[in-house]
Design a protein around this ligand. Structure first.
Ligand code: NDP
Ligand code: ZN
Length: 376
């Protein structure tokens, strides 16, 4: 009697739950969060939106620590909302794929950078430059208008739900513990070297030889450029020269700056602190381009004197943000094929606070990557 009742129940109840609804449960997630701008990181449990038909669920293996994470977590750019789980340099493995997903299957490596959504219809999205879409959703510290305005949480966590469109395919042969920083430091420097058409023999300079800077140097050299590096320390001189830079300039030593006026066709500035951009404008050749990538804290924001710009004559200064999804895939494939990776130091989650202090003090060579298997 009991068995008949159960079978009847199963027959009537199970089929009326649509397949999509069976998956429509929020995904439990845990990570390391900041709870205010000057406190320490601590474990934090939260929920991510359900895995939709076009989404993948990624188990996060590694997350890079970008200097932007410090700016965000410490509210150096703007007021922020907490708890905040930073992290937009993410490498992991697909553990679930929605029914419409074609790019990935369970077990594939996947990467996620600074973007998790955009409108898909504006002129920037149609060009594949989703990072400039007005409705773009950042991987963390952003309100996701496509998912009930939920506050996005980043990669210092065990998993992530993202539309397959914003997940980057990572080849099987990639050195996975070094992949995460490519998703931000890699694309942010690869993109301007491509759109300024850097080629063999070009004189290129990279100002700020940190996480972004050391990727810029490697890409510029791979493209055949002669690369000069500017930084404020002696500690990195040998690293730059070993990496193939033709010259290293410690800007704290004015003598080393002599003779460099009108020298470079392209300069990428990744400096996250106060500096004088005109120092670099003057080192551009005519029609040369200073591409600003570094975004210092708001109280340290450098400014450019317009009169100086006029007298510098036809030297261009502009900013650039990360890169679009198509180009991020191109960068990742290029990096793996050319064996271009960041130099990383892998740390457990418990060391994030310590790592932040060292990044702020310029004591990392060149990127910390958090091993997410250390999150218990
Ligand atoms: P890092 O801290 O890893 O590197 C910054 C480097 O700049 C360090 O080597 C530092 O030297 C050096 N530096 C500091 N002050 C000067 C100076 N006055 N002149 C020359 N070099 C200097 O940071 P990241 O590479 O991770 O990030 C750099 C900046 O780029 C940040 O502001 C970040 O927010 C921004 N960013 C922007 C993106 C974009 O889309 N445009 C994307 C990602 C990041 P030392 O180590 O000796 O202190
Ligand atoms: Zn970043």
């Amino acid at each position: 009697m009991k068995l008949t009742f159960l079978l009847t129940l199963l027959f009537f109840v199970v089929p009326i739950i649509p397949a999509s609804a069976q998956n429509a449960t929020a995904v439990p997630s845990k990570g390391y969060a900041k709870f205010d701008n000057d406190g320490k990181f601590a474990p934090y449990e939260f929920k991510r939106h359900p895995v939709g038909d076009n989404d993948v669920l990624i188990k996060i293996l590694y997350a890079g620590i970008c200097h932007s994470d410090l700016h965000h977590a410490r509210a150096e750019w703007r007021d922020e909302t907490y708890p905040m789980v930073p992290g937009h340099e993410i490498a992991g493995q697909v553990v679930q794929a929605g029914k419409n997903v074609t790019k990935f299957k369970v077990g594939d490596y996947a990467g996620v950078g600074c973007l998790v959504n955009s409108c898909g219809k504006c002129e920037y999205c149609l060009k594949g430059e989703e990072q400039y879409c007005e409705k773009r959703v950042l991987t963390y510290a952003s309100h996701d208008i496509f998912h009930n305005n939920e506050l996005t949480q980043g990669g210092y966590s065990n998993n992530l739900v993202v539309s397959e469109k914003f997940a980057i395919k990572v080849p099987k042969n990639a050195q996975i513990e070094k992949v995460a920083p490519l998703l931000c430091a890699g694309i942010t420097t690869y993109s301007p070297l491509k759109f300024t058409h850097v080629k063999k023999g070009d004189q290129v300079a990279v100002a700020g030889f940190g996480g972004l800077g050391h990727m810029a140097v490697q890409y510029a050299i791979a493209l055949g450029a002669k690369v000069t590096v500017f930084d404020i320390t002696e500690e990195k001189r040998q690293d730059a020269l070993k990496m193939g830079a033709v010259k290293y300039v410690n800007v704290n030593n004015p003598k080393e700056l002599e003779g460099l006026v009108s020298s470079f066709r392209v300069i990428l500035s990744t400096i996250p602190a106060k500096y004088d951009p005109m120092l670099y404008v003057r080192m551009l050749k005519m029609d040369g381009e200073l591409v600003i990538l570094g975004v210092p804290a708001k109280e340290n924001s450098p400014s450019v004197n317009v009169s100086s710009l006029v007298f510098a004559s036809r030297r261009k200064v502009y900013g650039s943000q990360i890169g679009g999804i198509r180009e991020t895939q191109e960068m990742l494939d290029y990096s793996v094929a050319h064996n271009i990776y960041p130099r990383v130091e892998v740390i457990p989650v418990q060391k994030i606070d310590d790592a932040y202090q060292k990044v702020a003090a310029g004591e990392v060579k060149f990127r910390y990557v958090i091993d997410m298997s250390t999150l218990k």
